[in-house]
Design a protein around this ligand. Structure first.
Ligand SMILES: Nc1ncnc2c1ncn2[C@@H]1O[C@H](COP(=O)(O)OP(=O)(O)OP(=O)(O)O)[C@@H](O)[C@H]1O
Ligand SMILES: [Mg+2]
Length: 227
């Protein structure tokens, strides 16, 4: 690979393997995958094929059993502070949301910023704007435990977008949404991708994704296939 194309890579994995001792199984097997800056990649594949595992590995939330992960051509392995790596580079939309039920939609969105002594008003304005885009502006001060699954999902998406990360890893972000809200969410991700050149990796079972993502890959039994 020449140096010029390397500089464009945002993620690159080489022979990535993940073995879960609990289930004595490989979730990923020798998966090699390159994503260039600004791509919008849809990741499809059957349940249990390793899609979430791949996103967790790229986000530094899990360690590979073997193989390498590079972020902007730097080995992720040598990044000591993975939380800082995520905060600076990645917005993660979790398949299982991971929201704090007792706190409001807005508070959940702001938690990642709480290390700052004072939150700029512009951050709160931006939070309102994303909730508006996702049609849940009116739920901003509602406790998450009172929201429907689809509303929680949209809070989770808004949280990931708030800091305008250069890369969004979205795990089934439309899984609980009706088709109108799913279209709207995919449209928002497409707009962010086009306007900000944000790299997007989107795991989904939704066939609509082929209208939005510019590349579709499939994970089957822990291996990746193009198209
Ligand atoms: N924490 C874990 N401990 C043990 N095994 C796990 C764990 N997480 C995932 N696995 C196993 O790894 C395999 C891949 O799981 P993963 O969650 O990555 O699949 P997926 O493609 O995201 O599935 P889905 O479409 O249902 O979300 C599955 O066989 C699963 O049982
Ligand atoms: Mg999954």
């Amino acid at each position: 690979m020449n140096k010029c194309s390397c500089r464009e890579n945002i993620f690159r994995t080489v022979n990535l393997r993940k073995f879960y001792p609990q289930t004595q199984s490989f979730a990923l097997r020798d998966l090699s995958f390159t994503v260039t800056k600004g791509e919008f990649v849809g990741i499809k594949g059957p349940s249990g094929s390793g899609k979430s595992t791949l996103l967790y590995l790229l986000a530094g939330l899990l360690k590979p059993t073997s193989g390498e992960i590079y972020f902007q051509e730097k080995p992720l392995e040598i990044v000591k502070n993975k939380a800082l790596y995520r905060r600076n580079n990645i917005g993660f939309v979790f398949q299982d949301f991971y929201l704090y039920p007792r706190f409001t939609a807005l508070e959940n969105m702001l938690f990642p910023s709480l290390y700052q002594f004072s939150l700029p008003a512009s951050t709160i304005k931006k939070a309102e704007m994303y909730l508006e885009y996702l049609n849940i502006r009116e739920k901003i001060n509602s406790r998450v435990e009172t929201l429907s699954a689809g509303e929680r999902q949209r809070v989770c998406i808004a949280r990931a977008l708030l800091h305008e990360p250069q890369c969004i890893l979205a795990d089934e972000p439309t899984g609980n949404l009706d088709s109108g809200n799913a279209k709207n969410t995919l449209g928002l991700l497409q707009k962010i991708n086009e306007e900000h050149k944000t790299t997007i990796l989107l795991v989904t079972h939704d066939d609509m994704v082929s209208h939005y993502a510019r590349r579709i890959v499939r994970i089957i039994d822990g291996n990746l296939y193009n198209g």
